[in-house]
Design a protein around this ligand. Structure first.
Ligand SMILES: Nc1ncnc2c1ncn2[C@@H]1O[C@H](COP(=O)(O)OP(=O)(O)OP(=O)(O)O)[C@@H](O)[C@H]1O
Length: 257
């Protein structure tokens, strides 16, 4: 599968999605070019996670089309969908690591889909892969922690291990669903700075849902705000006044008062 999107890694057009009669996404048009870091913001329930899940085919739209790296998840066979997902990294709020395994082994698990049989223990992985896994840990600043069990690492370190695991996949697009929601401010900045640096170095687009307005403005190239399933703001972060972004949240809470 080649990227036939002409520079756009992601193209959503006229997307509508609901669950059990309730509308969650209501006419989403969004194009993301290669290498762009997009912060997806908006109040709880606005549809951010649903949008991210549509991108890699975890959900399918009721109406409209999704093109992810040139492929339409709705038209993919199971094999094609697996191949597409291998090109799209996903970073979750809860890290998704195996706590009793080392950082290195968790990173290596990012390559399991490409191996013919399951592996148990770092030394059962091919040497070249092990070296590449250490390189990814180095990129997130954790090479010295590679033999440490993940459940003994801090939350921020665990999330950076999860980023390294995603990088082992050599993703062309990274989706991050509230990756810093459970981290303290300093760890949040470090995780987002790491993602931003890697996005810039490798030309990987990142779409990252966030609740922290300051972090969205300081990290992203572009901020897209959702409210009630619609895009209500889509602007370069560099020129977006903080009050305009804050208003997206305030208008929602005012409507609920
Ligand atoms: N699988 C599902 N089945 C039914 N309803 C769902 C499902 N997934 C999401 N929803 C509903 O869709 C709406 C939007 O949820 P979503 O998780 O996309 O919002 P969000 O903007 O990511 O919120 P948050 O910031 O709290 O994570 C919510 O009302 C949620 O209950």
């Amino acid at each position: 599968m080649k990227n036939i999107g002409g520079g756009a890694v992601l193209d959503l057009a006229g997307i509508e999605k609901g669950f059990g009669g309730g509308v969650v996404l209501d006419g989403i048009d969004l194009t993301v070019p290669q290498g762009q870091f997009v912060a997806l913001v908006g109040p709880s329930g606005a549809g951010k996670s649903t949008l991210l899940r549509l991108v890699n085919g975890m959900h399918l739209p009721d109406r409209g089309t999704v093109r992810t790296l040139g492929a339409d998840p709705a038209g993919c066979s199971r094999r094609e969908l697996r191949a597409l997902r291998a090109r799209v990294g996903f970073v979750f709020q809860q890290f998704g690591l195996v706590g009793r395994l080392s950082a290195l082994e968790n990173v290596l698990m990012g390559a399991l889909a490409t191996l013919r049989w399951p592996r148990y223990g770092v030394m059962t992985y091919p040497r070249a892969l092990r070296e590449r896994a250490v390189e990814q840990l180095d990129r997130v600043g954790l090479a010295d922690k590679r033999f440490q069990r993940c459940d003994t690492l801090s939350g921020g370190q665990q999330q950076r291990v999860a980023v390294a695991r995603t990088l082992l996949q050599r993703p062309e697009l990274i989706l991050a669903d509230e990756p810093v929601a459970s981290l303290d401010p300093a760890a949040s900045v470090l995780v987002l700075d790491t993602l931003k640096r890697i996005s810039a170095e490798d030309g990987i687009s990142v779409v990252c849902s966030l609740h922290q307005i300051d972090l969205a403005l300081s990290t992203a190239d572009r901020v897209v705000a959702l409210r009630s399933g619609r895009i209500v703001l889509d602007e370069p972060a560099a020129t977006l006044p903080e009050e305009r972004l804050r208003a997206v949240y305030e208008e929602t809470s005012a409507r609920h008062d």
